[in-house]
Design a protein around this ligand. Sequence first.
Ligand code: ADP
Ligand code: TRP
Length: 327
Amino acid sequence: MNNAHKKILLSGTQATGRPHIGNYFGAMKQFADLQNEYLSHIMIADYHSLNTIRDAGELSRNILGVATDYLAIGLDPEKVVIFQQSAVPEHTELAWIFNTLTTMPYLMRAHAFKDAEAKGKEISVGTFDYPMLMAADILLYSPDVVPVGQDQKQHVEISRDTAEKFNHLYGDTFKLPKEIIMDDVKVVPGTDGRKMSKSYGNTIPLFASDEEIRKAVMSIPTDSKGIDEPKDIEHDNVFALHKLFPGFEFAEVQEKYMKGGMGYKESKEILIKNISRFIAPLREARIKIESDKEYVLDVLREGGKKAKKIAEAKMEQVRERVGVKLY
Ligand code: ADP
Ligand code: TRP
């Protein structure tokens, strides 16, 4: 398809550490799957990450790490604009303008803020204001779609509300974005059955070594049902992961779960084999890309330039609309 007729996609992830299979199936895989169909912009939200990472060396490594991850899962920098949020100052500039339109009570209803508050955490203004920077990230690029995991749905809704508010006040300026959430992988469960998340320590890293995969799968708690007893495919966390990594024996596993005939040990061994087979080529690709740091930096540099061009044009229009542009 001719690029001019393609719809626009924007998404991103923070630079907070090694990605896990929840990040992959919930968000990153869509970036790769959709790169031919959409004009795609995939961002590394490094300024968002500053809310949690205070060590400069760690943040730099993480940014480079995410760029490497994106390339390893098959994002093609010829087709996709891969860039750092911090390479485009228009993001923070627009976030400021949105700050002046948004109210405290509105932002206090955001899940991320409520969760942090419920945990009694000390909350930075940056965390409170997280959705406004994210709205700016999105709206600068006029995307039609924003592929994310379920937990980011509210953030995309807030972006839409913010666009509507601005458009209502200043005239039609921003396209209203829509989230894409894959139904069957809304929430990938972690090894403890809760949502897989870096903050719960229940992850299987996307580029895990074979030993890490074995250790993670073996740590999944199961009930005490014996080999011959039927098992609960709705609630067993080992089975939930079989669904994401089905091998040729999937039908047999499912049948034996329902009728009895497969113990958790055997089920876990099959799962380890299938996850390892899936991860090995990704891990190999990543090792290769990682060895060429200059290439990864080039991708970010070029991506930053392309993104800035788009954001600059939009920001010009915004400055004019709000009345600060005099010449
Ligand atoms: P984490 O909870 O591990 O810190 P992030 O908040 O960095 O993950 O999420 C990055 C992206 O991956 C988001 O789009 C998010 O919705 C998606 N995601 C994270 N965890 C999961 C999961 N367990 N299942 C599905 N998607 C997920
Ligand atoms: N909040 C997202 C996350 O934690 C990351 C993000 C920042 C993002 N800006 C975005 C995602 C814009 C999509 C679009 O995963």
